[in-house]
Design a protein around this ligand. Sequence first.
Ligand code: EPU
Length: 787
Amino acid sequence: MRRMKLASETTPACAGSTREEFRSCEPLPNLARFLTSEHHRIHLVGVAGSGMSGLAGLLIELGHAVSGSDKATTTETDRLQRLGLRFCAQHRPEHADAAELIVFSSAIKDNNPVLVAARDCGKPLFRRAEAVAAIMQAKRGIVVAGMHGKTTTSAMTAHVLRGGGLHPSHYVGAEIPILGTNAHWDPRGEYFVVEGDESDGTLRCFHPEHTLILNIEEEHLDFYADLAAIEKVFAQLIDQTSGTVLYNVDDSNTARLCSKHKRAVSYGFSEQAHYRGVEVELRHFGSSFSVYRRGEKLGQATLNVPGEHNVHNALGVIALASELSIPFDKITASLPKFEHARRRFEIKYASDQFLLVDDYAHHPTEIRATISTARSIGRRRLVTLFQPHRFSRTKAMSLEFGSAFDDANRVVITDVYPASETPIPGISGRTIADEITRHGHRGVSYQPRLEWVHRDAGNMLESGDLLLSLGAGNIHEQLEILAGDLVIAEKLKGIVGEKGEVRLYEPLSKHTTLRVGGPAQFWVEPRSEQAFAQLIRFCRDEHLPLFAIGRGSNLLVRDGGIRGVVVRPCGGDFEKIELEGCEITAGAGVKLRQVAYTARAASLGGLEWMEGIPGAVGGALRMNAGAMSAQTFENVTRVRYLDFEGNPHMKNRDELEVFYRRFPLLETNFAISATFRAQPADRAEIDSRLRESQEKRRTTQPIAKSAGCIFKNPASIPAGKLVDELGLKNSRVGNARVSQVHGNFIVNDGGATAAEILQLIDNIKCAARKNRGVELETEVEIVGESE
Ligand code: EPU
């Protein structure tokens, strides 16, 4: 290969830290020729990033042999590989040997093996922006710059120029469905539209013909000392613009800097704007407005992207396109067809009940604008999820973040997405959550575990809500999980109807007497046998696990919760109780205590023991629950149940196989109701037995949160007595403790986890085995997933 001397070899741009003040900003004529008129082997370090993947696409289209390394694989790297990118999921020194030139992302650390090797062997190294700026020299460059809205506006510019028949090339910071890809080289056209990145000073590399400036304010304070330092970079870009500077006159910083340029054209809402928008009408997902040029009406424009800020962005595009002599009617024909870039008010789920929207906003100004757009859509409540981006921004702007969420009803803040930064001690998502609370907001919660954010959000959703995820990191993945589950949740709601209940990620700690347990992915309460049957069939067809729960009195749910549907038959058919002669038929959701008192009211005896069981009929059947030396199936005459295909069956007692604390039929089928037989008895006799049961419970069992007896009684000794004799009463793991009152009860002293209870169970089992040779078996049902 012909060895050429590139400008950056004499003034290395990459010396020292990659975040340091950018120095090499001279035009790079050799690099421009190298990249746009010749074909070479080029390696991109950090190729999966949104900016780098666009550059990779351009270089491939320009005919280079492009390789790239990144620790992340994305759909973009997959797509580029199909176009010819040689991708490696590791950064290796040999990548530098094989390439003639290396381009690196500003997220890449200085000690990256490819950069180190490239420096050692003297390979030319360039920053991403230097490469893009050099490519721009082959065309008539248009840079769209500003703190907020530049991806949307640069994409809209490319779209409108396309509609005007100019065949522009483009390079923007996100996937743009309407443009096809985030970057494209079109040899037919003269223009190259580039989204400028102000975050690291590299805007100075660009020498465009035209520049469109949207807004300038304090941002990226990890890189810039203050606003003055930011303005310096913008001022240089403006100086280096050979043609027209189009600027937002409504933004004071922008107006101050740009109006001095020899060919400055302003746009905005204010009267002095050269291109002015008036009579703005915002609709749910769009807007319409009139456009005036220097006082003369050009006509009417329509947008199908929401929010006033987008009207503003469109005015900039209209001004630019008009200055390029695209007729107004061509511009307004293209604008309504413009669709959002990914992650810019992107609708992830829409139904009558719920609207889920994701947005990239991560600066307080952007958050305010996006929340205001979301509000204008007119849904009942606005629930917002926010993942702060970068520790430095979180620290520098915590005050501004504090007031950015005023118009959201509920806010969930998760932890900081670091984006290549190392943590700053004392700075986390809590910094912002606290600031919002201090500002007077009452609906803020902090969820440091990102993977749980969808659960918190899903569980707080109410019909009519708009759920908005905000942030430049990966918070959108949580919204996507939720959107997937909402599809199922709405189908489930269709099955159980108006009267039934469906909740997402319902904490099972609310539904177990032990008060522990992670969430149920789908919590469903059917009210009729027919809805229950349909639910069973739906779960079978969708391969969704289905678990039936009663009053959760004999249940230990692990902290990871239960995947699939947790069904609780209650209300409606399931709480019916009928008396016929000496028989009581009760639905699966009827409390056993209620069966006991219904019998008493009819002067029927033999069911008094049920008074002391905190569960419902379904659960009592399932485990053949018992007390006072009695057990459920001694009183049962018939059971009605649904099989795993939702078909109903009725079986008499003599057809049922039952064991101590076990009824196998309900391990794969679902109880609907049971008929209990009682005997006529004297009311006083019944009352005395009820009192005896109450007294026994009161004197021998704890009143604290528990799941009743933890272990089945072994043949040799009652489990409670054994635990007592082993001296394990009051032993504890965390907040789980063996009851002082009864050795077979584990109580939750408040905030215990399932893991702690399981550990305590294990300790007891080990001691019983080791010291007494007794193998204890749990009576309580243990279900769900560990965390
Ligand atoms: N005992 C001790 N120390 C203790 C606990 C019990 O020495 O800490 C002794 C008692 O003095 C008694 C014997 O152990 O001599 C049995 O105790 P208890 O009478 O309390 O009965 P249990 O077998 O422990 C059973 C049921 C309970 C039910 C009661 C009352 C089982 C596993 N447990 O307990 O059911 O409430 O009888 O009738 O069959 C449940 O299933 O969740 C449950 C609480």
